[in-house]
Design a protein. Structure first.
Length: 417
Protein backbone atom coordinates (compact mmCIF):
# COMPACT_ATOMS: atom_id res chain seq x y z
CA UNK A 1 0.00 0.00 0.00
CA UNK A 2 1.03 3.62 -0.52
CA UNK A 3 0.81 5.77 2.60
CA UNK A 4 -0.31 9.40 2.65
CA UNK A 5 3.36 10.34 2.95
CA UNK A 6 4.22 8.58 -0.31
CA UNK A 7 5.94 5.55 1.25
CA UNK A 8 5.22 1.86 0.56
CA UNK A 9 3.61 0.02 3.48
CA UNK A 10 3.31 -3.78 3.38
CA UNK A 11 0.01 -5.05 4.81
CA UNK A 12 -1.46 -8.55 4.79
CA UNK A 13 -5.14 -8.87 5.74
CA UNK A 14 -6.80 -12.28 5.96
CA UNK A 15 -10.38 -12.02 7.27
CA UNK A 16 -13.74 -13.46 6.26
CA UNK A 17 -15.10 -9.92 6.06
CA UNK A 18 -12.51 -9.06 3.42
CA UNK A 19 -13.58 -11.98 1.22
CA UNK A 20 -17.25 -11.06 1.67
CA UNK A 21 -16.69 -7.46 0.51
CA UNK A 22 -14.49 -8.55 -2.38
CA UNK A 23 -17.02 -11.07 -3.72
CA UNK A 24 -20.36 -9.37 -2.98
CA UNK A 25 -19.59 -5.72 -2.28
CA UNK A 26 -17.32 -3.38 -4.25
CA UNK A 27 -16.26 -6.02 -6.77
CA UNK A 28 -19.86 -6.88 -7.58
CA UNK A 29 -20.60 -3.19 -8.08
CA UNK A 30 -17.66 -2.79 -10.50
CA UNK A 31 -18.73 -5.87 -12.42
CA UNK A 32 -22.27 -4.50 -12.76
CA UNK A 33 -20.87 -1.31 -14.35
CA UNK A 34 -18.72 -3.33 -16.79
CA UNK A 35 -19.60 -5.74 -19.57
CA UNK A 36 -22.44 -8.10 -18.68
CA UNK A 37 -22.29 -10.55 -21.55
CA UNK A 38 -18.67 -11.60 -21.22
CA UNK A 39 -16.19 -12.34 -18.50
CA UNK A 40 -14.77 -9.04 -17.34
CA UNK A 41 -11.10 -8.39 -16.77
CA UNK A 42 -11.97 -7.84 -13.13
CA UNK A 43 -13.22 -11.44 -12.73
CA UNK A 44 -10.01 -12.85 -14.16
CA UNK A 45 -7.94 -10.48 -12.08
CA UNK A 46 -9.74 -11.43 -8.85
CA UNK A 47 -9.15 -15.11 -9.61
CA UNK A 48 -5.44 -14.49 -10.04
CA UNK A 49 -5.30 -12.53 -6.78
CA UNK A 50 -7.19 -15.34 -5.02
CA UNK A 51 -4.55 -17.81 -6.19
CA UNK A 52 -1.84 -15.52 -4.87
CA UNK A 53 -3.52 -15.21 -1.48
CA UNK A 54 -3.58 -19.00 -1.08
CA UNK A 55 0.19 -18.93 -0.82
CA UNK A 56 0.07 -16.76 2.29
CA UNK A 57 3.25 -18.26 3.72
CA UNK A 58 5.30 -16.58 0.97
CA UNK A 59 7.41 -13.53 1.73
CA UNK A 60 5.50 -10.22 1.83
CA UNK A 61 7.82 -8.56 -0.70
CA UNK A 62 7.40 -11.46 -3.12
CA UNK A 63 3.64 -11.20 -2.72
CA UNK A 64 3.77 -7.46 -3.45
CA UNK A 65 5.79 -8.00 -6.62
CA UNK A 66 3.42 -10.73 -7.82
CA UNK A 67 0.44 -8.53 -6.99
CA UNK A 68 1.75 -5.65 -9.08
CA UNK A 69 2.44 -7.97 -12.01
CA UNK A 70 -1.17 -9.20 -11.95
CA UNK A 71 -2.89 -5.84 -12.29
CA UNK A 72 -4.93 -5.12 -15.40
CA UNK A 73 -2.85 -5.86 -18.49
CA UNK A 74 -4.24 -2.90 -20.48
CA UNK A 75 -3.71 -0.36 -17.69
CA UNK A 76 -1.03 0.56 -15.20
CA UNK A 77 -1.41 2.21 -11.82
CA UNK A 78 1.26 4.76 -10.92
CA UNK A 79 1.70 6.81 -7.76
CA UNK A 80 2.73 10.42 -7.23
CA UNK A 81 5.29 11.26 -4.50
CA UNK A 82 2.37 12.09 -2.18
CA UNK A 83 0.71 8.73 -2.79
CA UNK A 84 -2.00 9.81 -5.22
CA UNK A 85 -2.96 7.10 -7.71
CA UNK A 86 -2.92 7.77 -11.46
CA UNK A 87 -4.28 5.31 -14.04
CA UNK A 88 -2.53 5.21 -17.42
CA UNK A 89 -2.63 2.97 -20.50
CA UNK A 90 -0.05 0.21 -20.66
CA UNK A 91 3.35 1.23 -22.08
CA UNK A 92 2.95 4.80 -20.85
CA UNK A 93 6.17 6.71 -20.28
CA UNK A 94 7.41 9.23 -17.74
CA UNK A 95 6.32 11.98 -20.13
CA UNK A 96 2.80 10.50 -20.38
CA UNK A 97 2.59 10.54 -16.59
CA UNK A 98 3.71 14.19 -16.42
CA UNK A 99 1.09 15.27 -18.96
CA UNK A 100 -1.60 13.28 -17.15
CA UNK A 101 -1.12 15.59 -14.19
CA UNK A 102 -0.83 18.94 -16.01
CA UNK A 103 0.24 20.11 -19.46
CA UNK A 104 2.67 22.65 -18.00
CA UNK A 105 4.32 19.94 -15.91
CA UNK A 106 4.76 17.89 -19.07
CA UNK A 107 6.12 20.82 -21.07
CA UNK A 108 8.84 21.49 -18.48
CA UNK A 109 9.72 17.84 -17.75
CA UNK A 110 13.42 17.00 -18.19
CA UNK A 111 13.64 13.77 -16.19
CA UNK A 112 12.04 11.88 -13.31
CA UNK A 113 12.75 9.80 -10.27
CA UNK A 114 11.04 6.43 -10.62
CA UNK A 115 11.07 4.57 -7.33
CA UNK A 116 13.71 7.08 -6.15
CA UNK A 117 16.00 6.32 -9.12
CA UNK A 118 16.76 8.80 -11.90
CA UNK A 119 14.96 8.01 -15.17
CA UNK A 120 14.73 9.52 -18.66
CA UNK A 121 11.51 11.05 -19.94
CA UNK A 122 10.91 8.14 -22.33
CA UNK A 123 11.25 5.38 -19.73
CA UNK A 124 8.25 3.03 -19.81
CA UNK A 125 6.42 2.79 -16.48
CA UNK A 126 4.99 -0.30 -14.82
CA UNK A 127 2.22 -0.72 -12.27
CA UNK A 128 3.22 0.24 -8.76
CA UNK A 129 5.89 2.74 -9.81
CA UNK A 130 6.21 5.90 -7.78
CA UNK A 131 7.13 8.81 -10.04
CA UNK A 132 8.49 12.23 -9.16
CA UNK A 133 8.79 14.61 -12.13
CA UNK A 134 11.89 16.81 -12.42
CA UNK A 135 11.33 20.09 -14.29
CA UNK A 136 13.27 23.01 -15.73
CA UNK A 137 12.01 26.43 -16.80
CA UNK A 138 14.32 26.22 -19.83
CA UNK A 139 12.74 23.02 -21.14
CA UNK A 140 10.55 23.14 -24.24
CA UNK A 141 8.79 20.32 -26.11
CA UNK A 142 10.01 19.38 -29.58
CA UNK A 143 8.93 17.09 -32.40
CA UNK A 144 10.99 14.19 -31.02
CA UNK A 145 8.75 14.11 -27.95
CA UNK A 146 5.88 12.78 -30.03
CA UNK A 147 7.86 9.54 -30.33
CA UNK A 148 8.29 9.33 -26.55
CA UNK A 149 4.59 9.33 -25.57
CA UNK A 150 1.66 6.97 -26.15
CA UNK A 151 -1.37 8.79 -24.75
CA UNK A 152 -3.57 11.04 -26.87
CA UNK A 153 -3.56 13.68 -24.15
CA UNK A 154 0.22 13.93 -24.16
CA UNK A 155 0.46 14.03 -27.96
CA UNK A 156 -2.15 16.79 -28.17
CA UNK A 157 -0.44 18.88 -25.48
CA UNK A 158 2.97 18.52 -27.15
CA UNK A 159 1.63 19.56 -30.56
CA UNK A 160 -0.07 22.60 -29.04
CA UNK A 161 3.09 23.62 -27.18
CA UNK A 162 5.19 23.31 -30.36
CA UNK A 163 2.71 25.44 -32.31
CA UNK A 164 2.71 28.10 -29.59
CA UNK A 165 6.51 28.14 -29.55
CA UNK A 166 6.69 28.56 -33.32
CA UNK A 167 4.13 31.37 -33.24
CA UNK A 168 6.25 33.18 -30.65
CA UNK A 169 9.32 33.09 -32.88
CA UNK A 170 7.55 33.79 -36.18
CA UNK A 171 8.13 37.57 -36.31
CA UNK A 172 11.68 37.33 -34.98
CA UNK A 173 12.58 34.60 -37.45
CA UNK A 174 10.95 36.48 -40.32
CA UNK A 175 13.03 39.58 -39.59
CA UNK A 176 16.28 37.64 -39.18
CA UNK A 177 15.64 35.61 -42.34
CA UNK A 178 15.05 38.74 -44.42
CA UNK A 179 18.24 40.30 -43.02
CA UNK A 180 20.17 37.18 -44.03
CA UNK A 181 18.81 37.35 -47.58
CA UNK A 182 19.74 41.03 -47.82
CA UNK A 183 23.28 40.34 -46.58
CA UNK A 184 23.67 37.50 -49.06
CA UNK A 185 22.09 39.58 -51.86
CA UNK A 186 19.45 36.90 -52.41
CA UNK A 187 16.05 38.02 -53.65
CA UNK A 188 13.02 37.04 -51.58
CA UNK A 189 10.93 35.13 -54.10
CA UNK A 190 9.10 31.82 -54.22
CA UNK A 191 11.80 29.95 -56.14
CA UNK A 192 14.47 30.83 -53.59
CA UNK A 193 12.24 30.05 -50.61
CA UNK A 194 11.30 26.68 -52.10
CA UNK A 195 14.98 25.92 -52.65
CA UNK A 196 15.75 26.60 -48.98
CA UNK A 197 12.78 24.56 -47.75
CA UNK A 198 13.84 21.63 -49.94
CA UNK A 199 17.52 21.85 -49.00
CA UNK A 200 16.82 21.80 -45.26
CA UNK A 201 13.82 19.41 -45.49
CA UNK A 202 11.44 21.93 -43.89
CA UNK A 203 7.68 21.63 -44.30
CA UNK A 204 6.63 25.29 -44.11
CA UNK A 205 7.86 28.87 -44.01
CA UNK A 206 6.76 29.08 -40.36
CA UNK A 207 9.07 26.18 -39.52
CA UNK A 208 11.87 27.93 -41.43
CA UNK A 209 11.42 31.14 -39.44
CA UNK A 210 11.42 29.15 -36.22
CA UNK A 211 14.69 27.39 -37.05
CA UNK A 212 16.32 30.68 -38.06
CA UNK A 213 15.18 32.40 -34.85
CA UNK A 214 16.47 29.49 -32.76
CA UNK A 215 19.85 29.58 -34.53
CA UNK A 216 19.44 26.15 -36.13
CA UNK A 217 19.82 27.70 -39.59
CA UNK A 218 22.18 30.64 -40.07
CA UNK A 219 23.51 32.76 -42.91
CA UNK A 220 26.43 30.41 -43.54
CA UNK A 221 24.12 27.41 -43.96
CA UNK A 222 21.84 29.28 -46.37
CA UNK A 223 24.80 30.55 -48.37
CA UNK A 224 26.19 27.01 -48.64
CA UNK A 225 22.81 25.75 -49.82
CA UNK A 226 22.77 28.24 -52.69
CA UNK A 227 26.40 27.57 -53.57
CA UNK A 228 25.65 23.86 -53.79
CA UNK A 229 22.62 24.55 -55.98
CA UNK A 230 24.66 26.81 -58.28
CA UNK A 231 27.41 24.22 -58.51
CA UNK A 232 24.93 21.58 -59.66
CA UNK A 233 23.19 23.81 -62.19
CA UNK A 234 25.51 26.60 -63.29
CA UNK A 235 29.02 26.36 -61.85
CA UNK A 236 30.67 29.62 -60.98
CA UNK A 237 33.99 30.61 -59.56
CA UNK A 238 34.19 33.46 -57.14
CA UNK A 239 37.30 35.62 -57.05
CA UNK A 240 38.65 36.72 -53.68
CA UNK A 241 41.41 39.28 -53.15
CA UNK A 242 43.70 39.63 -50.17
CA UNK A 243 46.25 42.15 -49.09
CA UNK A 244 50.01 41.99 -48.86
CA UNK A 245 52.44 44.82 -48.66
CA UNK A 246 56.20 45.10 -49.24
CA UNK A 247 58.47 47.02 -46.90
CA UNK A 248 59.06 49.68 -49.58
CA UNK A 249 55.37 50.41 -49.96
CA UNK A 250 54.69 53.69 -48.20
CA UNK A 251 50.93 53.64 -48.68
CA UNK A 252 48.95 53.69 -45.48
CA UNK A 253 46.67 50.84 -44.54
CA UNK A 254 43.66 53.13 -44.84
CA UNK A 255 44.56 53.95 -48.45
CA UNK A 256 45.07 50.28 -49.28
CA UNK A 257 41.69 49.35 -47.83
CA UNK A 258 40.00 52.11 -49.77
CA UNK A 259 41.64 50.99 -53.02
CA UNK A 260 40.85 47.32 -52.48
CA UNK A 261 37.23 47.83 -51.47
CA UNK A 262 36.66 49.74 -54.70
CA UNK A 263 37.85 46.67 -56.62
CA UNK A 264 35.95 44.03 -54.64
CA UNK A 265 33.42 44.18 -51.80
CA UNK A 266 35.09 41.11 -50.25
CA UNK A 267 38.66 42.33 -50.09
CA UNK A 268 40.11 40.91 -46.89
CA UNK A 269 40.99 37.24 -46.63
CA UNK A 270 42.22 36.24 -43.17
CA UNK A 271 45.15 33.87 -43.51
CA UNK A 272 48.47 33.06 -41.88
CA UNK A 273 50.83 34.88 -44.23
CA UNK A 274 49.37 38.36 -43.79
CA UNK A 275 52.15 40.00 -41.80
CA UNK A 276 51.77 43.66 -42.70
CA UNK A 277 48.12 43.98 -41.82
CA UNK A 278 47.21 44.12 -38.16
CA UNK A 279 43.92 42.63 -37.12
CA UNK A 280 42.51 41.45 -33.81
CA UNK A 281 39.86 38.86 -33.04
CA UNK A 282 37.18 40.64 -31.01
CA UNK A 283 36.53 39.19 -27.58
CA UNK A 284 32.87 40.18 -27.52
CA UNK A 285 31.88 37.43 -29.98
CA UNK A 286 35.05 35.31 -30.42
CA UNK A 287 34.75 34.54 -34.16
CA UNK A 288 36.53 31.47 -35.47
CA UNK A 289 37.25 30.32 -39.04
CA UNK A 290 34.00 29.36 -40.69
CA UNK A 291 31.98 32.13 -39.04
CA UNK A 292 30.64 34.92 -41.23
CA UNK A 293 32.80 37.88 -40.20
CA UNK A 294 33.21 41.57 -40.84
CA UNK A 295 36.15 43.89 -40.18
CA UNK A 296 36.09 47.33 -38.54
CA UNK A 297 39.01 49.68 -39.19
CA UNK A 298 39.93 51.40 -35.93
CA UNK A 299 41.72 54.75 -35.62
CA UNK A 300 45.10 53.06 -35.07
CA UNK A 301 44.85 51.15 -38.36
CA UNK A 302 44.02 47.85 -36.66
CA UNK A 303 41.17 45.81 -38.10
CA UNK A 304 38.91 44.27 -35.46
CA UNK A 305 37.17 41.11 -36.64
CA UNK A 306 33.57 40.50 -35.48
CA UNK A 307 30.94 37.91 -36.27
CA UNK A 308 28.30 39.46 -38.53
CA UNK A 309 25.57 38.78 -35.96
CA UNK A 310 27.57 40.31 -33.10
CA UNK A 311 25.59 43.14 -31.41
CA UNK A 312 28.73 45.28 -31.24
CA UNK A 313 29.37 44.78 -34.96
CA UNK A 314 25.80 45.78 -35.77
CA UNK A 315 26.27 49.02 -33.82
CA UNK A 316 29.52 49.77 -35.63
CA UNK A 317 27.98 49.08 -39.05
CA UNK A 318 25.12 51.49 -38.32
CA UNK A 319 27.42 54.29 -37.11
CA UNK A 320 30.62 53.87 -39.09
CA UNK A 321 29.64 52.32 -42.40
CA UNK A 322 32.67 53.80 -44.15
CA UNK A 323 35.03 51.86 -41.86
CA UNK A 324 33.45 48.46 -42.37
CA UNK A 325 35.33 45.86 -44.43
CA UNK A 326 33.91 42.53 -45.49
CA UNK A 327 36.26 39.72 -44.56
CA UNK A 328 36.62 36.03 -45.29
CA UNK A 329 38.63 33.20 -43.74
CA UNK A 330 41.30 31.03 -45.26
CA UNK A 331 42.17 27.62 -43.77
CA UNK A 332 44.05 27.86 -40.47
CA UNK A 333 44.61 24.23 -39.59
CA UNK A 334 47.43 24.84 -37.13
CA UNK A 335 45.95 27.73 -35.17
CA UNK A 336 43.45 27.25 -32.36
CA UNK A 337 40.79 29.88 -31.67
CA UNK A 338 39.19 30.30 -28.27
CA UNK A 339 35.48 29.50 -28.07
CA UNK A 340 33.05 27.81 -25.69
CA UNK A 341 30.12 25.40 -25.53
CA UNK A 342 27.36 24.96 -22.97
CA UNK A 343 25.61 21.65 -22.22
CA UNK A 344 23.00 20.21 -19.86
CA UNK A 345 21.43 16.82 -19.23
CA UNK A 346 21.06 13.99 -16.76
CA UNK A 347 23.96 13.33 -14.43
CA UNK A 348 25.58 9.92 -14.23
CA UNK A 349 28.83 8.46 -12.99
CA UNK A 350 31.58 8.89 -15.58
CA UNK A 351 29.68 11.45 -17.70
CA UNK A 352 32.37 14.14 -17.43
CA UNK A 353 35.07 11.61 -18.29
CA UNK A 354 33.10 10.58 -21.39
CA UNK A 355 32.72 14.21 -22.47
CA UNK A 356 36.40 15.06 -22.04
CA UNK A 357 37.42 11.85 -23.82
CA UNK A 358 35.31 12.80 -26.85
CA UNK A 359 36.76 16.32 -26.92
CA UNK A 360 40.42 15.52 -26.31
CA UNK A 361 40.82 12.02 -27.74
CA UNK A 362 38.22 11.65 -30.48
CA UNK A 363 38.43 15.22 -31.84
CA UNK A 364 41.94 16.19 -30.68
CA UNK A 365 40.73 19.52 -29.28
CA UNK A 366 42.54 21.31 -26.45
CA UNK A 367 40.44 22.18 -23.41
CA UNK A 368 41.18 25.41 -21.57
CA UNK A 369 38.69 25.10 -18.71
CA UNK A 370 35.61 23.16 -17.58
CA UNK A 371 32.92 24.33 -15.17
CA UNK A 372 30.28 21.71 -14.32
CA UNK A 373 27.48 21.80 -11.73
CA UNK A 374 25.15 18.97 -10.70
CA UNK A 375 21.97 19.14 -8.63
CA UNK A 376 19.36 16.44 -7.98
CA UNK A 377 20.56 14.33 -10.88
CA UNK A 378 20.69 17.21 -13.38
CA UNK A 379 24.00 18.53 -14.67
CA UNK A 380 24.97 21.59 -16.68
CA UNK A 381 28.32 23.02 -17.58
CA UNK A 382 30.50 25.21 -19.76
CA UNK A 383 33.64 24.12 -21.59
CA UNK A 384 36.14 26.64 -22.97
CA UNK A 385 38.33 25.18 -25.70
CA UNK A 386 40.51 25.89 -28.72
CA UNK A 387 39.27 24.90 -32.18
CA UNK A 388 40.51 25.55 -35.70
CA UNK A 389 37.19 26.39 -37.34
CA UNK A 390 33.41 26.12 -37.08
CA UNK A 391 33.31 22.83 -38.97
CA UNK A 392 35.31 21.06 -36.28
CA UNK A 393 33.36 22.84 -33.55
CA UNK A 394 29.98 21.73 -34.92
CA UNK A 395 31.22 18.17 -35.49
CA UNK A 396 32.30 18.08 -31.85
CA UNK A 397 28.95 19.47 -30.65
CA UNK A 398 27.06 16.89 -32.71
CA UNK A 399 29.18 14.10 -31.21
CA UNK A 400 28.41 15.33 -27.69
CA UNK A 401 24.68 15.37 -28.49
CA UNK A 402 24.92 11.64 -29.27
CA UNK A 403 25.56 10.91 -25.56
CA UNK A 404 22.20 9.57 -24.26
CA UNK A 405 22.33 11.64 -21.05
CA UNK A 406 23.08 14.94 -22.84
CA UNK A 407 19.98 17.02 -23.62
CA UNK A 408 21.32 20.27 -25.12
CA UNK A 409 24.66 21.43 -26.52
CA UNK A 410 25.00 25.05 -27.66
CA UNK A 411 27.78 27.42 -28.61
CA UNK A 412 28.55 30.29 -26.21
CA UNK A 413 28.19 33.59 -28.07
CA UNK A 414 29.43 35.93 -25.34
CA UNK A 415 33.04 36.62 -24.42
CA UNK A 416 34.84 33.54 -23.07
CA UNK A 417 38.03 35.25 -21.94
Amino acid sequence: MMSHEGQWVEVQIRTARMDEIAERGYAAHWKYKGEKDSDSGLDKWLMRIQDLLKGSESDALDFLDDFKMNLFADEIFVFTPKGDLRTLPANSTVLDFAYSIHSQLGNSCIAAKVNHKLAAIDQVLTSGDQVEIITSKKQMPNDEWLKKVNTARAKSAIKEAIKAEKRKYYDIGNQQFNEILIDLKIEYRKENIDLILKEFDIASVADLYYKVARGKIDAKAIEEAFKLHEKKNKPRRKRFLWWSRSKDDSATLSQMIQEQTMVSPESLVLEDDIKDIKYNISRCCNPIPGDDVVGFLSDNDVIRIHRTNCPEAIKLMSRYGNKIIKAKWRSRDEIGFLTGIRFDGMDKKGLLNEITNIIAEKHDVNIRSINVKSHEGITDGEIILYVNDTERLYELMEHLRSIPQIRNVNRINRSVE
